[in-house]
Design a protein around this ligand. Structure first.
Ligand SMILES: Cc1ncc(COP(=O)(O)O)c(C=O)c1O
Length: 380
């Protein structure tokens, strides 16, 4: 059997990871400024993470959600405390798309309505409701019937949102506080606060998609916390498990749970909880959010000196470097010549920087010096 060929691949085969580095089959070392697409939060093969998962798999890897699992309770308590969202309730699942799927379903159950408002360039995942709320027709199949269920609006236009919500058929507004795949654009604080007010006025559920921006990556636990708002639902995944598949839906206590309303076989299993608990423990003990802020400030200060850089977007360690031209050749030279992984986005001129949150200043120096060489080689 062959693989279903849906991914254009770089010709690199990572076999081992350690901290902010990955190593290929020949032992070649690569600096990871991509974090496996914003997934690696506490670094590759962190000893606490390896120990917690090893210990757990030796005891019990999985059992069903029909029995008690105290690890889920411990995870909910710890996540509530570290994120300052203690009053929310947690539903555990396996991925970002699944988290958004459940959030949208919950909003629809709660309001008994079905239209969704999402935003231009949004990416919310590839399952049914999540992909319908994703502004990319190419990944929506006819079965997802995007246009009958989602309306895409521009950021920062409250009057357009007010106009749409006034129809009275909307269950949810879903928004990324910093767009990931879309290219690091952000709504303003004024807009986000206005969205919250309008959602309250029209009894619409406000979902903050923190799948990429959450877990400290923006310099606060959640990126919406830069804007003083209180979402009805928050979705998380990526950095939550540092690579172990886990997602979560943080649900305001206003939503009433009913048996059978949501469910999953694998979500919140013992092994996933052990991974997620290790991640939170490391974020707390190693003060990684402070590190994000310190390294981010250092990066921004130094990156500003690059003459061909048009714009620096994003926050914390979720950054985008925008150039005048397509960055694909820059990324290729960085990976093949300089042995540095970086990310791309739907904005072809944007280099995405999504390193493990443990990264240090000397790694940033290595990257920026290498990038300057590459830009010089390419006469940029
Ligand atoms: C903001 C956002 N939401 C949802 C998703 C989907 O997550 P997953 O690929 O885990 O389904 C992603 C993935 O890139 C994302 O960046």
């Amino acid at each position: 059997m062959k693989l279903f060929d849906v991914y254009p691949l770089y010709n690199v085969t990572p076999e081992k990871g350690e901290g902010v580095y990955v190593y290929d089959e020949k032992g070649q070392k690569y600096l990871d400024l991509y974090g496996g697409h914003a997934v690696i939060s506490i670094g590759h093969a962190h000893p606490t993470y390896v120990e917690r998962i090893t210990e757990q798999v030796n005891k019990l890897g999985f059992y069903s959600n029909a029995i008690q699992n105290p690890l889920q309770v411990e995870l909910a308590e710890k996540l509530g405390r570290l994120s300052n969202c203690e009053e929310y309730n947690l539903f555990l699942c396996n991925s970002g798309a699944e988290a958004n799927e459940n959030a949208l379903k919950l909003a629809s159950f709660h309001t008994n309505k079905k239209r969704v408002i999402a935003f231009k360039n949004a990416f919310h995942g590839r399952t049914s409701a999540a992909v319908a709320a994703t502004d990319n027709g190419a990944i929506n199949a006819p079965i997802n019937n995007q246009h009958s269920v989602t309306t895409f609006l521009p950021f920062n236009q409250l009057h357009s949102l007010d106009y749409e919500l006034a129809f009275g058929d909307v269950c949810a507004v879903i928004i990324e506080p910093i767009q990931g795949v879309g290219g690091l654009d952000e709504p303003t604080t004024e807009f986000l606060q206005g969205v919250q007010q309008l959602c309250k006025k029209y009894n619409v559920v406000l979902i903050l998609d923190e799948i990429q921006s959450g877990y400290g990556r923006s310099g606060k636990f959640f990126a919406f916390q830069h804007h003083d708002i209180e979402p009805d639902i928050i979705t998380v995944a990526k950095g939550m498990g540092n690579g172990f598949p886990i997602g979560g839906v943080l649900i305001h206590p206003r939503f009433e749970a009913k048996y059978g309303m949501l469910g999953t076989t694998f979500g919140g299993n013992h092994l996933a909880c052990a991974a997620a608990l290790a991640v939170l423990e490391v974020i707390e003990n190693e003060k990684l959010i402070d590190n994000v802020n310190e390294i981010s400030a250092y990066f921004i200060e130094k990156a500003k000196k690059i003459k061909s850089l048009q714009k620096l977007k994003g926050r914390g360690l979720m950054l985008g470097m925008e150039f005048e031209q397509n960055v694909s050749e820059i990324r290729k030279e960085l990976i093949y010549e300089k042995k540095i992984f970086t990310g791309g986005s739907s904005n072809k001129n944007l280099l995405r920087i999504l390193p493990p949150l443990t990264i240090g200043k000397h790694h940033i120096d290595t990257f920026l010096n290498s990038l300057s060489d590459v830009l010089k080689n390419q006469n940029l």
